[in-house]
Design a protein around this ligand. Sequence first.
Ligand SMILES: Cc1ncc(COP(=O)(O)O)c(C=O)c1O
Length: 399
Amino acid sequence: MNITDYIHLENKYGANNYSPLDVVIKKGQGVFIWDINGKRYLDCLAGYSALNHGHCHPKIIRTIIKQLGRLTLTSRAFRNDQLGFFNKKVCQITGFKKVLPMNTGAEAVETAIKLARKWGYEKKGIEKNKAEIIVCENNFHGRTTTIVGFSSDSYSRDGFGPFTDSFIKVKFGEAKAVEENITGNTAAVLVEPIQGEGGIIIPEDGYLKRVRKICTENNVLLMLDEIQTGLGRTGKMFAYEHEHIKPDVLIIGKALSGGAYPISAVLADDKYMSVFTPGSHGSTYGGNPIAAAVGVSALEIIEEEKLVENSAYVGGYLLRKLKTINSPIIKNIRGRGLLIGIELHRRAGGARRYCEMLMDIGLLCKESHENVIRLTPPLIITKNEANTILDAFRKVFKN
Ligand SMILES: Cc1ncc(COP(=O)(O)O)c(C=O)c1O
């Protein structure tokens, strides 16, 4: 079969909800992936920041194979011998007292929303069904109907209503807007420390700190969605560390498995997590033994291989060097750690065609919104490999 055959096969039977680049990947190892013809690419997307550990990390693969041969699923009807270790490890790494494991990022966000509402009614005393959650314009928290209901992206939202109206949208990056919209019914503020899908939008220094203070003063939960920014992506274990704060509720996913398995989690201290009681929330696969075992390995690797430090080091280098590329079509280059966005001028005609040019010379990138190229390679990337990215960008953007 050739590339056209694969694309035809996928499209013939598959829903048309993505527009992938026309490359068919067969194999991945470390920062590299190979297409069906054996052409090698440097992966600059890393599964939308899920592959922080690189492709097929040997320790993760060993863990998953071992666990697959022993026990795959118990559901939470019974206990399994892996979950406790995962719970302990993720609590130790995050500094929270309790974790609730789920599978996808959107499920974890839904879990946090349920936590906030229940806490609002049971602990804060909000009147039944009146709880509000403040969210930000240009957010991305996943694809469920509740979540897309408070998206400001019409592609994500339009045609999927009716939606719940208890989400109050405020401008991202403006702490004052949060403060002005808090009412007695506000249970939580849900925010991404850096808007990833929204185009790598980094708020001004001090924003999260101010939001933290406002939440504390008003008895409102600060819930940070670190599904994309967490686990080393921004050069700290969690992006909130850049501001020396801590949220009340932390939502993580993606790289929690190193890209090998869907694992997500919500973390909070007991005074918040205790609103969940048996029967009030759950998931057949959440906390399954494969996820638990893989999660422990993935978290260990982040520490053992100093991925956070490497993200800060190589990310800083890459950002500095990218900024020296003098191209009339580049509008702005911004980033933190290995979460980097290259924004192009409108007249460049959209980021997609540049991703296609980069693909031709062996770099796989993806546009984020129309005019931003997202650069989020695995955190294991070396300075040498970063130079390969720089060479490719110089080639495409200097011509
Ligand atoms: C910040 C953020 N939240 C939530 C999600 C949704 O995660 P998932 O696709 O695993 O449901 C994403 C995915 O890109 C994300 O970046």
